[in-house]
Structures are given as structure tokens and as C-alpha cells.
Design a protein around this ligand. Structure first.
Ligand SMILES: Cc1ncc(COP(=O)(O)O)c(C=O)c1O
Length: 390
């Protein structure tokens, strides 16, 4: 008789634990805390959008769509980019529908990074970038954003570029800091990259959350950047449907061709009725054009409340995140380190937040934590009441 055993497996990520977002959300649920940790709305999407899904399903749009995404959605995205950022991407050869921005970024990295290639990330950065690069056999080159302001430091970026650099990942508006790249910063990046073969993966999932007087500067607006970029966006953020996991990638045809070679054996296709629903919903531009005003009001409400606490507000230029400096708090827990402070804040004060250290490879601690304000006004009011105790 043979004894069944599960073969031992060398882990590809021996040091990886559960993400901080999952940990904090579980802790928030356990302690009935107001969850301003993980970035998702606590309100529903427009019922017109779900009605479009129901209609698409009832119409029998339930089988595999084309590998690249349904034509009406690729066409709607192409038209939107042309309208907003002044560049034409061919819906047939330059736009691909993905299973959210997460898959778009992983697929782009797998498509372009060869073992040993260097990829620059600007820290603090979204948590999937580094493991994605490692999975492709790439070497992660970490360049810090300027301490305190989170603005790109171009001397450091230029110094990090080597003959082995394959790509740089940028993110504007930026999670976690809410910083928004300015036009002159995009031009500076364009200049630095001009003499190189470095590609750009531009994570623009918060493109419709930039607050006046600033505007979003997509890489698509700049000839020299657009020619070397994968522009990543996500419907989850824009239409309050983070659970749908539908995103897009726009890139020049030669880059898209390589992207699709991986995409077709990665997910192959993205669910059909959601794609048709999104295409139909996009016929009206108001939901995304009105989004900055919608979130700006929430940001202002939340910032006004926080201004009455000892938390020091950092700028809130874009995204639905607000960072605060905890160093001026009177409570001794402020010195526990960001991660333990966030646990204490969740269990004792009843508000969950995310430590910025979670976005750095070395766990850099600057006494700053991130709140998500994509919440109903009453949720924000309840959180503010609790934070007023600090
Ligand atoms: C900067 C950034 N990139 C990508 C994603 C992932 O987007 P999606 O849910 O479309 O996969 C997120 C989600 O929080 C994000 O904040």
C-alpha cells in the first residue's frame, strides 16, 4: 500500500505573507471598526450600469468574447482617450480589455521583462508591482519618491537607469499618497527616457480622480512617452465596481502584439456581459466627467473633519486616499510604528487605516498612514467622530 503525500514545494515567494489590505479588513470586521483601510466604495454603483449587465445577459451575450475584448468597448475606450488626451489608439490593434488593472500590469510585465532585466519602481508603490517583476525573473530597482512630498526625483530616476533597464512603472494619481504628476514632470520623464529603450507601464487607474485646479496628465498626451508606454486603466475605480475586475491597456501596436501573446494564455478573455454593459454605459461621458466633483466633496468633508484633530493632513491632489502624519498625536501609540499604530487605531479607536510602510520594500516608517474616503458621508462622519478622540 502506498502512502499518499503531498510533495514538498520550494516556494516562489518564501517570505510573502497575506497583504496588509486583507489583514486590516479582517481586523476591522472583527472589531466592528469603520473600514477606511482597503480602497473600495461602501456605496453601490449606478443601477443603470447593473441594468445594462442584466440586459446583456438576457440578450444572450454570455459566450466567449474576442480575446482582445468586445469591439464596442475597445471602440468606446479609444474614443474616450482621443477626446480626453488627444491621442488615437486603434481599437483593433492597440487596445485590450483585461481582468482589471492587476492582470494588465502583470501581463505587461510578463510580456516585456526577460530574466535579469531591471525594472524601476518608485516607492512607495502599489503592492503588486514588485512580486510581478520577480515572477518574470526581473530585478527590482527601487527609487524613492521625494520624502514628505512624494514627488518624482528625476536625478534619482536618471541615475537608476542602466543598460539593463527594461521598464519603469509610474502611477498617477498616486496610491498611496494622492500625488498627481504635473505636465512638466511628464516632460522631464519623456526627456530622460528619450535616448533609451526603456518602456513605461503607466498605472492610471485613478485618472478620473484629480481635483481642481489640477488635471490628469496621461502618458498618452506626450508623443515620446506614448510611443513607449502601456497605459493601464480600470473601470472598478471609475464606476464604483471594484469587484468586477475589468480594465484596459492602450499601447502602440508592436507593444500590444507582445502583450496579447501573454494575455491570450493568461486569461484569454474577460467576461462578456460586463464588457457590453460598460460599453453601453460609456456612451454617456457624465459619470466619469462628474467623478472629480463627486469625490472632491467627500475629500473636503473628510479633510475638514480631520483638520479638527491632531492628525496632520498631507496634500490630497487625487485618488480617493488621504494620508495623515501621526507624529503630532498626544497618544503614546503614535510611536509604536505605523503598522502597530494602525492595529491599535482599528481595535481601540474603531477606525481602520493602512500604514504607508506597507508600500516600501524595506518597511520604511515615516509616521504616515492612509485613509480611504470612498465612503458614504455617514461612514466618514462616524470615522471622524471616533478620530476626534485622538
Ligand atoms: C495603483 C493601483 N493599481 C492597480 C490597482 C488594481 O486595480 P484593479 O482592481 O482594476 O485590478 C489598484 C487597486 O487598488 C491600485 O490602487
Amino acid at each position: 500500500m502506498t502512502i499518499a503525500h503531498t510533495p514538498s514545494l520550494p516556494s516562489k515567494f518564501p517570505n510573502m505573507g497575506t497583504t496588509i489590505f486583507t489583514v486590516m479588513s479582517a481586523l476591522a470586521t472583527e472589531h466592528k471598526a469603520v473600514n477606511l483601510g482597503q480602497g473600495f466604495p461602501d456605496f453601490d454603483c449606478d443601477p443603470a450600469l447593473t441594468q445594462h449587465v442584466a440586459n446583456a445577459m438576457a440578450e444572450g451575450l454570455n459566450q466567449y468574447p474576442p480575446m482582445t475584448g468586445v469591439a464596442p468597448l475597445r471602440e468606446a475606450v479609444s474614443a474616450k482617450i482621443a477626446q480626453l488626451y488627444g491621442r488615437h489608439y486603434d481599437p483593433v490593434s492597440e487596445i485590450t480589455v483585461t481582468a482589471g488593472a492587476t492582470q494588465a500590469i502583470l501581463t505587461a510585465i510578463l510580456a516585456i521583462v526577460h530574466p535579469g532585466d531591471e525594472v524601476i519602481v518608485l516607492e512607495p508603490c502599489y503592492d503588486s508591482y514588485v512580486p510581478n517583476i520577480e515572477l518574470a525573473g526581473g530585478v527590482v530597482v527601487r527609487v524613492p519618491l521625494s520624502p514628505g512630498t512624494f514627488r518624482p526625483d528625476f536625478d534619482k530616476i536618471a541615475a537608476a537607469i542602466s543598460p539593463r533597464t527594461r521598464a519603469i512603472l509610474i502611477n498617477t494619481p498616486h496610491n498611496p499618497s494622492g500625488m498627481v504628476w504635473r505636465e512638466d514632470e511628464m516632460r522631464r520623464l519623456e526627456e530622460i527616457l528619450a535616448p533609451t529603450n526603456v518602456l513605461v507601464i503607466s498605472d492610471e487607474v485613478y485618472e478620473h480622480m484629480v481635483y481642481a485646479p489640477l488635471e490628469h496628465h496621461s502618458v498618452a498626451r506626450f508623443d515620446g512617452l506614448a510611443a513607449r508606454s502601456f497605459v493601464v486603466s480600470s473601470f472598478g475605480k471609475t464606476y464604483h465596481v471594484t469587484g468586477w475586475k475589468v480594465g484596459t491597456v492602450a499601447a502602440p501596436a508592436s507593444l500590444t502584439a507582445e502583450f496579447r501573446k501573454v494575455h491570450q494564455f493568461n486569461v484569454f478573455t474577460v467576461n462578456t456581459p460586463m464588457q457590453h454593459a460598460l460599453a453601453r454605459y460609456m456612451a454617456d461621458p457624465r459619470p466619469y466627467l462628474d467623478l472629480p466633483a463627486f469625490y472632491q466633496r467627500k475629500r473636503d468633508l473628510f479633510r475638514a473633519g480631520l483638520a479638527n484633530t491632531r492628525l496632520r493632513l498631507l496634500p490630497g491632489e487625487g485618488t480617493y486616499f488621504q494620508c495623515v502624519d501621526i507624529s503630532g498625536l498626544a497618544v503614546p501609540e503614535k510611536d509604536l510604528g505605523e503598522a502597530r499604530f494602525c492595529q491599535w487605531l482599528t481595535t481601540e479607536i474603531g477606525v481602520a487605516a493602512i500604514p504607508l510602510s506597507a508600500f516600501y520594500g524595506n518597511g520604511f516608517d515615516q509616521q504616515v498612514v492612509r485613509f480611504c474616503f470612498a465612503k458614504k458621508d455617514e461612514t466618514l462622519q462616524l470615522a471622524l467622530q471616533r478620530l476626534a478622540r485622538l
